[in-house]
Design a protein around this ligand. Structure first.
Ligand SMILES: NC(=O)c1ccc[n+]([C@@H]2O[C@H](COP(=O)([O-])OP(=O)(O)OC[C@H]3O[C@@H](n4cnc5c(N)ncnc54)[C@H](OP(=O)(O)O)[C@@H]3O)[C@@H](O)[C@H]2O)c1
Length: 323
């Protein structure tokens, strides 16, 4: 089968399209014929082995995982003897970051608990764009952020996967939502439902004097105190990612600093796929607009990764593995 193979850390161009053996499912695994995959922060960090934590987890000198790609959609081709939830022919999707990676290939073997059934009206491209970003957005806003009806919400780093799905979840709660990102993404942000948009290169939202009930951050770059100043009393600051030293501050001193000021600081630890049932229900009842950059063919994964790393993408970069 065709696969994009990683044999050493480096720039995206170290990735090579190769012919490799088709995998065989173990007892608890499903063999998926991959239709689409999506580029993720995991892939960008993994290929370069940066930050160092990736090397600590996946091999100091050489990567132990050879095929990247954490979000997949496709069709079940075969199942192991112990698989109970799927049959050949089922259309599925999921986040396989805790199931061995491998989405940048024509076939992948995955534990069945890393997949859910794809709604019939959801395209394979949409299904690949959703699992990781939608779970971070849902868990950040709903589970950890405890979003309430009619709140004022700000999403920082709004033009990526999390923000463009997050606004659509927030709108189900009647929220008034502000999105912060680069100027060239602001029209798209308005289109997917943001009521207000801020260009972070022109304006620092933490210095504007505006206050919110909930801030969801995908790009934490400031200290918890700075963000707390933009929250109403009782407000919540929830981060899903950002600069490591700032995230460490949010985990360590954030909760205490927050409590002293009558607010909360929380960090989301993603539970992959856990609430994809909510996403399917939302898609089937209201529809979800997936902002897709691409799709790119499989052989162009290195170009797509570079596009991601150079911060030129909007929404999710999708790879079409089999049209
Ligand atoms: N919590 C967990 O368990 C967990 C698990 C996996 C991943 N993550 C993290 O979750 C996040 C995923 O979010 P995503 O997929 O939506 O990311 P994304 O696609 O990279 O989107 C982030 C957006 O923020 C913009 N941005 C860059 N600098 C900014 C700034 N200073 N202020 C405001 N916006 C800025 C980016 O623009 P440019 O691209 O143009 O710079 C981009 O549009 C990542 O941080 C990832 O590391 C968390």
């Amino acid at each position: 089968m065709d696969a994009i193979v990683l044999s050493r850390y480096g720039p995206p161009e170290v990735l090579e399209l190769r012919d490799v053996p088709k995998p065989e499912p173990k007892e608890d695994e499903v063999l998926v014929r991959v239709r689409s995959s999506a580029v993720n922060d995991w892939d960008w960090c993994f290929v370069r082995g940066k930050p160092l934590i990736y090397r600590l987890m996946f091999g100091m000198r050489r990567p132990k995982v050879s095929i990247l790609g954490v979000e997949v959609s496709g069709t079940v081709e075969a199942v192991g003897a112990g698989v109970t939830r799927f049959r050949p022919g089922d259309d599925v999707y999921g986040d396989i970051s805790e199931a061995g990676f491998g989405g940048f290939a024509e076939f992948v073997c995955v534990r069945e608990d890393a997949l859910v059934r794809k709604p019939a009206d959801m395209t394979f491209e949409q299904a690949a764009a959703l699992p990781h970003a939608a779970m971070l957005a849902y868990q950040g806003l709903v589970e950890v952020g405890r979003i309430r009806e009619g709140e004022r919400i700000l999403i920082n780093g709004a033009g990526g996967g999390v923000g463009t799905i997050g606004v659509q979840i927030a709108k189900r709660y009647g929220a008034e939502v502000t999105g912060v990102d680069r100027g060239f993404k602001l029209d798209i942000l308005r289109r997917v439902g943001f009521d207000h948009v801020i260009d972070f290169e022109k304006e620092d939202f933490t210095a504007s004097g505006q206050r919110y009930d909930l801030i969801l951050d995908t790009k934490t770059i400031r200290s918890p105190s700075r963000y707390l100043g933009s929250l109403h009393k009782g407000g919540r600051y929830v981060t899903v990612g950002g600069h490591l030293p700032r995230l460490l501050q949010a985990v360590t001193i954030g909760p205490l600093v927050g409590r002293l000021r009558g607010k909360r600081v929380r960090v989301v630890a993603l539970k992959p796929n856990k609430d994809l049932g909510y996403v399917n229900e939302m898609f089937e009842t209201h529809g979800i607009e997936c902002v897709i950059d691409g799709p790119y063919p499989l052989r162009e994964v290195p170009r797509a990764l570079r596009h991601f790393g150079e911060a030129k993408h909007v929404g999710k970069i999708v790879i079409t593995v089999a049209p």
